[in-house]
Design a protein around this ligand. Structure first.
Ligand SMILES: [Fe+2]
Length: 311
């Protein structure tokens, strides 16, 4: 029984046209049917983001995860404080729908993995004593680059009112692994085989909510180039270019139309066999970044709690 990766996240939003514009500028391919939009990475068949329009405020609707042995997971869910639920109206009943101990809706599905990414040219760095690039420029004039297009959705970070409880649920009921954490404030969970350092992560907040979806690009230059271009188009906040301590990835976060975030990332730690990985409990000063610009004041603000004070 195990979650193997993240397929997509679905958000309720007031106006899908804002989301279509933002995510199209981020390099995703938009498709609209009525008041529903899907956003897909170039070369993929399944959308990474689904937007449901016409709601009063942005709110996480559910996260779709690729998983195996759903019957075994279904047995564990109630023991760990979750609930097996019916598919919401209008959504496919196939797979397993459940809510976690805090009411966050998840849709687990046994399905094929996305096609393997094609290998690009290596990111060559001339290091002291190790010159690997000679008589050749690494960087082209800016106009020679096509707009950055994300390759795939790598992870989703959500808010949780009780991070250890959320971690216990996804590790013991859903068969994930705790990769690393910073105290009981933020935790990063991976699949147990051939996984990015994290595919689902939790940050402490008074309520549940969507914080960010993170999309892999080819290399650190694409993180920087794509991030800068999107900040200029989106016109809201950003955080980056920087490098995380936990997971090691280069990052640039750009604020979406609703105050949550879109991340480009490159070069994340990889865990091929969780039984050979030892989680670290980091101090809070290492929880956000190893280096980078000052963190925006609302970077970990949960606007979904503001919009739903009763939750
Ligand atoms: Fe992230």
């Amino acid at each position: 029984m195990a979650v193997q990766g993240v397929i997509s996240y679905t958000l309720e939003v007031p106006d899908i046209s804002q989301g279509i514009e933002f995510y199209s500028n981020a390099g995703l391919i938009a498709n609209q049917k009525g008041n529903i939009a899907t956003l897909t990475c170039e070369g993929q068949t399944r959308p990474s983001i689904v937007l449901l329009g016409g709601y009063p405020a942005k709110r996480l609707h559910h996260i779709r995860l690729r998983a195996s042995e759903l019957a075994s997971i279904a047995d564990k869910v109630p023991e760990l404080g979750g609930l097996i639920v019916n598919a919401p109206e209008g959504f496919e009943a196939e797979g397993l729908w459940l809510s976690d101990p805090h009411g966050m809706l998840l849709h687990l599905e046994e399905c094929s993995e996305d096609a393997a990414l094609t290998k690009g040219s290596p990111f060559c760095i001339n290091a002291p004593g190790d010159i690997v690039r000679m008589r050749q420029s690494a960087v082209l004039p800016g106009d020679d680059y096509a707009p950055v297009r994300p390759l795939r959705l790598g992870h989703v970070l959500v808010f949780s009112p009780d991070v250890p409880k959320s971690v216990r649920f996804v590790t013991e009921a859903l068969g994930m692994g705790l990769a690393d954490r910073a105290q009981d404030v933020i935790a990063f969970c991976c699949a147990r085989e051939n996984s990015d350092h994290h595919v689902l992560a939790f940050a402490q907040s008074p309520g549940t909510g969507f914080h960010h979806g993170s999309f892999q690009v080819r290399d650190p230059d694409e993180v920087g180039r794509g991030g800068r271009a999107l900040v200029e188009k989106a016109g809201k906040g950003d955080w980056g270019f920087g490098r995380h301590t936990i997971g090691s990835n280069f990052f640039h976060y750009i604020q979406d139309p609703w105050g949550s975030w879109f991340e480009y990332y490159s070069d994340m730690d990889f865990i091929d066999d969780y039984s050979l990985w030892t989680p670290t409990n980091y101090s809070m000063k290492d929880s956000l970044a190893n280096w980078g610009p000052a963190v925006p004041t609302d970077f970990v603000h949960n606007y979904e709690v503001d919009a739903s004070p009763e939750r």
